[in-house]
Design a protein around this ligand. Structure first.
Ligand SMILES: Nc1ncnc2c1ncn2[C@@H]1O[C@H](COP(=O)(O)OP(=O)(O)OP(=O)(O)O)[C@@H](O)[C@H]1O
Ligand SMILES: [Mg+2]
Length: 403
């Protein structure tokens, strides 16, 4: 991998083998490419992680996803050195964490990383604010200062009004938000989240995902997020790392994972994903290329070309109407009367699944920026094509795998 000053976490060919002699025969087998099950059979040692390398730039949400036992938590534990690696290097903000010991290690963890786990052990008899400020208390920060930091963290997760409550007076989702606030309270650069939302019911879980992304827009942390749920991974990850039997199978953006799965194994996961959820309008739209309704119908048809229609914009570039190719064909000469105003709009970041219904009307969707200006023309055919392409891809993989 190339050196890059912008990255906060970097694993270089990291191996972790569990057992009495991690550097013995088991390690030789792993390096020779023998799989996890076979290594276990031949050596009695468990392969935790097998030659894992990745780098996480500052500000990224990097999701590690895989089935139970694939090595996700082991990866995370090498980053905070809850585990010693068998081989390889782990860098956090330029420090080789595996060389840290004792109080240096503790101080490094405290300063650099906040952690959120599935079952966040809140102190039952301490108030929410004292739970959130606990780590700061351990660091010897005064009550006044830690309350200030805790309230700031609580406001990020929307729990300010509950600062004086006890954990048991809050719902599961709220308790998990207290855990998140606790991790945020010391304002670390890195958040390590291991199955942080996995115990929540689906609706609350989605809300937490949304909230995490909103918070991230404000705080710009570097987040290593572990999950066994591909939907969650694709939803919140800037990039996703898929693991199997301790090894990395694919690292890519959600779009890449979805549209170019590296192996049939990844493709199999992808089948479960609600299509269109990760592809944004801006990736599929065409340039706005608006139309002037004072043109002749023939001119207008030529201008529309192979699109379903084009938008009419006001002087500020905001769409005010839609002229479809079909309407131009029917119009005698007065195009202005053929302009319709019942079109749908979306933002460039809207995901395709959210415009699917609108596309079903067969009309182009006006993609507009924050000021309402037309930035793209989203043809219903492009949406259907894009979503169909993914389905076809998966079908292809299915045939390859199962026939
Ligand atoms: N302390 C340990 N001692 C022995 N084996 C371990 C230890 N920790 C993990 N393992 C083994 O290492 C492999 C990877 O475990 P890990 O906990 O990283 O999986 P995971 O992907 O986090 O799974 P889950 O989704 O169940 O949390 C598993 O085979 C596991 O049995
Ligand atoms: Mg785990």
């Amino acid at each position: 991998m190339e050196e890059n000053g912008n990255e906060l976490i970097r694993l270089e060919s990291v191996y972790k083998i569990f057992g009495p002699q991690p550097h013995g025969r088991a390690f030789d087998l792993v390096k020779a490419g023998v799989g996890k099950d076979e290594v276990q059979r031949q050596s009695g040692h468990v392969v935790g992680i097998d030659n894992v390398s990745f780098a996480v730039p500052k500000g990224e949400i990097f999701v590690v996803m895989g089935l139970s036992g694939s090595g996700k938590s082991t990866v995370l534990r090498t980053v905070n050195k809850l585990l010693e690696v068998t081989s390889g290097r782990v860098w956090v903000d330029g420090t080789n964490v595996q060389t840290l010991e004792g109080s240096d290690l503790q101080a490094f963890r405290r300063e650099k990383m906040g952690m959120v786990f599935q079952h966040f052990a809140l102190f039952p008899h301490r108030s929410v604010i004292d739970n959130v400020g606990y780590g700061l208390k351990v660091q010897g920060i005064t009550k006044e200062d830690r309350d200030k930091a805790s309230m700031k963290a609580l406001s990020l997760v929307g729990l300010e009004p509950y600062s004086r409550n006890l954990p048991r007076q809050l719902s599961g989702g709220m308790q998990q938000r207290v855990g998140l606030a606790r991790a945020l309270a010391s304002d670390p650069d890195i958040l390590l989240m291991d199955e942080a939302f996995s115990a929540l019911d689906p609706l609350i879980r989605r809300q937490m995902q949304d909230e995490l992304m909103e918070i991230q827009n404000e705080v710009h942390k570097t987040i290593l997020f572990i999950t066994h749920d591909l939907n969650e991974a694709l939803r919140i990850g800037d990039r996703v790392c898929i693991m199997r039997d301790g090894a990395v199978v694919q690292i890519g953006t959600p779009e890449e994972i979805l549209t170019e799965p590296a192996t049939a194994y990844v493709a199999e996961f992808v089948q479960d994903v609600d299509q269109g959820r990760v592809i944004e309008c801006r990736e599929v739209m065409s340039p706005p290329d608006p139309i002037d309704p004072s043109m002749s119908p023939a001119g207008a048809l030529a201008h529309i070309g192979d699109r379903t229609g084009a938008f009419v914009c006001d002087t500020k570039g905001r769409p005010t109407g839609l002229l479809t190719a079909a309407a131009c064909t029917r119009a005698a000469d007065n195009l202005a009367a053929a302009v319709r105003s019942d079109f749908d709009t979306a933002s460039p970041e809207t995901t395709l699944n959210n415009v699917y219904a609108a596309a079903g009307r067969g009309l182009p969707i006006a993609v507009v920026d924050g000021d309402g200006r037309l930035v793209g023309n989203l043809d219903p055919r492009s949406i259907m094509e894009e979503m169909g392409r993914v389905e076809q891809l998966i079908d292809g993989f299915e045939r390859e795998t199962y026939l």
